[in-house]
Each structure stands twice: as structure tokens, then as C-alpha cells.
Design a protein around this ligand. Structure first.
Ligand SMILES: Cc1ncc(C[n+]2csc(CCOP(=O)(O)OP(=O)(O)O)c2C)c(N)n1
Length: 193
């Protein structure tokens, strides 16, 4: 599958969904789907996206939170999956866009190219749901999981290893933080998710 199509589908009608992206390609992917103040791309911070998603999910239990990150980024912070499994945030989904490469630094193979099964790791960490996703129909189903199913949920989505045009979000970290916070706090919350 093409990663941009996948991320577009996941972010369709995103509403008040809070989105944290890993560095590099997933940050360009969520921006290509339409920049939003409720998106937080992590630029150069590798290995932290899932933990940031966990913090947000715990702090904002009435919001849905999605982490979209790369396989290399997830491999760098694998311990996050264990902590998420222990904390069990019902409103969090972690999605790994798995091209089996470190795309941004020259397409070197990651461990998922050599059999490391991230979905099995998440299952072993007691995620409520954990899947390898290979088809557009499965991506569509994942959309409803992200927006409504009790988590924590995990999906490892297999995509083509391809270099796509960069679609950059704002580069200023303070601006990204401030606009995210302002948009989040300005929203009137519904009574229930
Ligand atoms: C701690 C740290 N190590 C290395 C890098 C350099 N780096 C930037 S992007 C990247 C590859 C990311 O790969 P992946 O998460 O799989 O994303 P994709 O292939 O989708 O671009 C690397 C190694 C970094 N930014 N920080």
C-alpha cells in the first residue's frame, strides 16, 4: 500500500482526534493529509512518539489519541509498548507505518525487514488489540478502531518503501506546542467519548 493513502484514510473526518507523529516520513504523511493544530509532529525527536501519546491519553481521558510513527522510530522506543500495556489507556491507538526502512536517512533496512514482529510485541505487552494490516479494507476497519474502540490498540501497517515528496509541517517547536495546547483547551468537550 501507499503510505499517504493509508494515512489519508486513517485521518478522514478526524474531528477532535489528537495526533502525534513520529519524526520524518510520518510527520510528512500527516501534514499531506491536511495540517491541523491538533497534530503534533515530533521532528527530530526519535523514539518518543508513543510515550508522548501515552501522556496525552492519560491527561485527556475523554479524547481519542492516535500515534502515527515509523518502524525505525518505534524500534528505538520499544519499552513504550510495555508501559502502555501496563497503563492501559482506553483512548490510545498506536499505528506503525512499516516500510521496513529508515526512510529519512537513506532507506537502510530496519529489523522489521528481518522478521521482527512489532504487532506480536504489542500483543505481548497486553494491548487490547494488535494487528498486522496489509489491505485497504483493513485500514478502513482500523479507522473505526482509532475513533471508537476501547484500547490500547496497536497496528503495524505494511507499506511500500518509497521516497515521496516532503510535505513539511511548521518547523517551530514552540509554535507547534502552543497551537496544539490552545486548540485542545479551547474545545468544549462532549459529555462522553
Ligand atoms: C536519536 C536519533 N537517532 C537517529 C536519528 C536520525 N534519523 C532521523 S529519521 C530516521 C529514520 C526514521 O525511520 P522510520 O521511523 O522507520 O521512518 P520512515 O522510514 O517512515 O521515514 C533516523 C535514523 C535521529 N533523528 N535521532
Amino acid at each position: 500500500m501507499n503510505r499517504r493513502d493509508v494515512v489519508n484514510t486513517l485521518l478522514e473526518k478526524r474531528g477532535k482526534l489528537l495526533v502525534v507523529a513520529g519524526l520524518g516520513s510520518t510527520a510528512w504523511d500527516i501534514t499531506a493529509a491536511g495540517d491541523s493544530p491538533l497534530s503534533f509532529p515530533t521532528w527530530g525527536a526519535m523514539g518518543q512518539a508513543a510515550m508522548m501519546g501515552l501522556g496525552l491519553a492519560l491527561a485527556q481521558p475523554r479524547r481519542r489519541v492516535l500515534v502515527v510513527t515509523g518502524d525505525g522510530e518505534m524500534l528505538m522506543g520499544l519499552g513504550a509498548l510495555a508501559t502502555i500495556g501496563v497503563q492501559r489507556p482506553a483512548n490510545l491507538t498506536v499505528v506503525v507505518i512499516d516500510n521496513e526502512r529508515y526512510g529519512e536517512t537513506g532507506m537502510q533496512a530496519t529489523h522489521t525487514a528481518n522478521g521482527v514482529d512489532l504487532a506480536a510485541v504489542a500483543r505481548g505487552c497486553a494491548f487490547k488489540l494488535s494487528k498486522v494490516v496489509r489491505t485497504p479494507a483493513q485500514v478502513k476497519a482500523l479507522h473505526s478502531t482509532i475513533h471508537g474502540k476501547t484500547g490500547p490498540n496497536f497496528a503495524q501497517i505494511k507499506v511500500k518503501a518509497e521516497k515521496l515528496p516532503l510535505v513539511l509541517p511548521p518547523h517551530d517547536g514552540v509554535l507547534l506546542k502552543d497551537r496544539f495546547r490552545a486548540a485542545l483547551l479551547a474545545d468544549v468537550l462532549p459529555k462522553k467519548l
